[in-house]
Design a protein around this ligand. Sequence first.
Ligand SMILES: Cc1ncc(COP(=O)(O)O)c(C=O)c1O
Length: 471
Amino acid sequence: MSEQEKAAFGLTSNQARAMTKASQAALTYRQSLPSLPARPSMALDEAVARFAQPLADLGMADDVVIQHLIDAADGGIHQMTAPSFFAYVCGGSHPVGVAADFLVSAWGQNAASAYETPAITGMERQVCNWVIELLGLPQESGVGLVTGASLANTAGIMAARNALLARQGWDVEAQGLFGAPEIPVLVGQDAHSAPLAALRYAGFGAARVRRVATDDQGRIDPQAFRQALEDCPAPPLVLLQAGQINTGAFDPFAEIIPMVHERAGWVHVDGAFGLWLAAVPELASRLAGVQQADSWAVDLHKWLNAPYDCGVVVVRERRWLVAAMSARGAYLPDVTAHWEPSDSTPELSRRARGVPSYAILRQLGRQGLREMIARHCRLAERAAKRLGQNDGFRVLNQVHSNQVVVACTGGDDMTMRVLETVQARAKVYPSHGEWAGCKVIRISISNYAMYDAEVDLLCEELEAALCACQG
Ligand SMILES: Cc1ncc(COP(=O)(O)O)c(C=O)c1O
C-alpha cells in the first residue's frame, strides 16, 4: 500500500514520526528545564529572522517540519513553565495538563456543540461544576470556558450590560447601544487594564468610566465608593478586583457589594488569579463577601497552572450570559433543553480547552489544590520577609496573596539595574512594573513547582545583583 493510500485510513509513517518526534521533544524540553537559562538566549530579531522565509512551492515531510520547529525555536523559548519564572502572573503548564492537551489536539474536537462532542462536554461541564464549587459560587450559575480572564471579564460585563439595560426597559440584543439609557460605571483606581479593555469591547467607552480612589494596597476606599455611588443617576455596573496585579490585594467586597445591590446595580469581580484563595478554607476570609457578586472572571492558566489558554466566566443568573453570548443557527443542533458550550462563550468553534484543567484537578484533588495555593501565599511572605530585612530593598506591599513588589532604596535607576542584572544572570526571572510612584521588581508566585528553594534562590539572586550594582 502506498503512503498516500495509507493516509486515507490513518497516519502515514512520516506523520507518525512527526507526532512521536514532537512528543519526545516536548518531554526532553520539560526534563531539561533545570539546566536551561531562565530566559531565552536568542534575541527577538534573530528569532524573527529564523522563521522569515518565503513559503516554498513544494511542501516538506511532516517529521522534517517538526524537526525544523524544534531546531529553529531552540534558544528562543522562555522557560515560563519553570519555577524560576516569577514574572507577570503565570502558571507553569502543569505536566498532566500538558499531557491532556496533547489529546485535545489529537482528538481535534470542535467543542462548540455538546451534541457532537459528548465526552468533551462531560469533562468541561465537570470542570465548570468543580470551579464554582471550589470557589463557593452559586451552583445554578452560568459558566463559560473562554481563552482567559480578558474574555471572561468581557463576557461577564456584557451579561451585566444586558441585565442593567433590561432593568431600564431596553433590549440591547434587539436595539443595540445607540440611544440606550445610561449605565454608570464605577471602577477602582488600581484596576487591571483587562477589565477596562473589556468595558471598551462591550461598548461602554473609556471616558465614561468613573475611577474610585484606592488605598496604598490598591483596594477601593469604601467612603469614596459610597460618594461615587450616590452620584450615580441609574443602577451602576461596578467592577471589583480579587487580586491586585502588584499587591495581590482584594477590594472590600462585604462592604461594597450590598451598597451596589441596594441600588439595583451589578457587581462584576475580576478575580483572574486572586479568586483561587476562596478554595483554601484558612485563606478564604480574605475575600469575604465576594460570593455576593453577580459575575466573576477567573483564569485557569494562572493559579491552576493549566496550559495556555483557559479562563472561566461565571454569571449568577445564567440567562444573562446566554442572552449576551449565544449564537444559534438552523444548521446547529437544537439543544435549547441542555447545556451548550457556545451558549456561554463568544466563540462558536472552539478548542476543548477545559480538558487539561479536568486532568489537573483530578491529579491535584482538593487537598493538592489547597496545598498549592496556600504554599504560594506562604512563599510570598517568605520572600517579602527576607527582602524586607535588607536595607537596600523596600517591600511596597503587605502580602495579601502571592504577589510581592520590591523597590531599591537607591531609587528607580537602581531598581531597574538590579532587575536587569538578575534577568541577565538568567537563574531566575522576575519582571518590572510601577507601584506607589516607583519602578518596582514584581515577584509573582504561582508556578506549581515553586517551593522554598526556588524562592530562596530568587532572593539570593536579588541580593547578589544589589551588591553588584552598589559596587
Ligand atoms: C487581575 C487580572 N485581570 C485580568 C488579567 C488578564 O488575564 P488574561 O491575560 O488571562 O486574559 C490579568 C492578567 O495578568 C490579571 O492579573
